[in-house]
Design a protein around this ligand. Sequence first.
Ligand code: GLU
Length: 446
Amino acid sequence: MTSPIVRFAPSPTGRLHVGNVRTALINWLFAKGQGGKFILRIDDTDVERSTKENEDALKVDLEWLGLVWADTFNQSDRFAQYDAAAEKLRGMGLLYPCYETADELDRKRKIALSRGRPPVYDRAALELTDADKAKLEAEGRKPHWRFKLSGERVEWNDLVRGPQSIDTSSLSDPILIREDGSYLYTLPSVVDDIEAGITHVVRGEDHVTNSGAQIEIFKALGGTAPDMAHTPLLIGADGQGLSKRLGSLSMGELRAQGYEPMSICSLLAKIGTSDNVEARGSLDELVAEFDFGKIGRSPARFDEAELKGLNAAILHALPFDTVKDRLAAVDPRAADEAFWTVVRENCSLLPEVAGWVDTVFGDITPLVDDEDKEFVATAATLLPDGELTGETWSQWTNAVKAETGRKGRGLFMTLRKALTGQEHGPDMGAILPLIGRERALKRLGG
Ligand code: GLU
């Protein structure tokens, strides 16, 4: 096989979310694994809804994820090429003008349905004579343009879905150009895929029907249709579609919450596949494990709880040097190797270190029940002299046990609550030296 060339083609009409990042990731992993090329195409033919701000943001998001591209271009720079392709199709009689209004089309659909027929466009416009067209245009109507499908079956062997067969006689001829002259995505996408030499179109299964029409357009324009892979859509942990929640699942939002790019990539690369969902430390590992054959046909379940679990696993393995700056941004006191090594086990998201900064260095309220007051006061007097080290906790609790007779939870949990103000947290032997003698004595009321 020659090296693949793939593209990720987002429309900059909103922020990147987990759904489109999964498509980007699958394209990227495939290209990388095959020594191929990953192109970023900005689908901004819809000039009303596309913004530069969204385009810039999606590039920042992809770079943050590590999904860097070999080349990028904007469809809005290429209208001349689309016009030329449209002209070519017109010349072949494959792009024809239609004058029905949206209301008229709606009525036709309803009539077809009421007669038990599929709501497929009836091609009435093909019957119009030049005189009819001139008359309609004189009335002020502007045409939209439809591609004339062959009426035959289009077949391809989808890398995810297996053999596909679409009967184009059951489809409406797709509108390629709107009344106002603007392009829908269908034609520009094919023109660009041909020119960029795209070998594989990898996208969500909501595009399967488009593929039927687009494969015919590829052929009409003299290109060869690329291989196709259509991945099942994402659903939430509740089994529902994610569309309503995509805003909160945007990369900007997840980054702001402190998620690691590799937890997002690990999850999105593995859900809906035959691999286990596990954290991976680098994209290279995901590349090595990627295979279209592992992607199943059922929707992939995106569960935020699972994402958090993976994030925790990744965080626990992150060396101090790689997170130092981010820790410093949370709180300068967090940018300390010993502190990081101790508290990371108790964080699912990096910004949670802020809470541990308070616990270790701040002015906490010790949790001491009335009946424990005397015990805690005695314990304070037994704290070993000198600097607190990794051994202090066991030496100290042994001494407290010998003196008071307390053991187990009554000993350890009582001291933890007094020293940290909470019942859970990092290993006390490790956290005690960070708290230090002065603060420890103060918290013990000593
Ligand atoms: N802009 C299209 C979309 O986001 C691209 C689809 C494709 O990959 O061809 O749905």
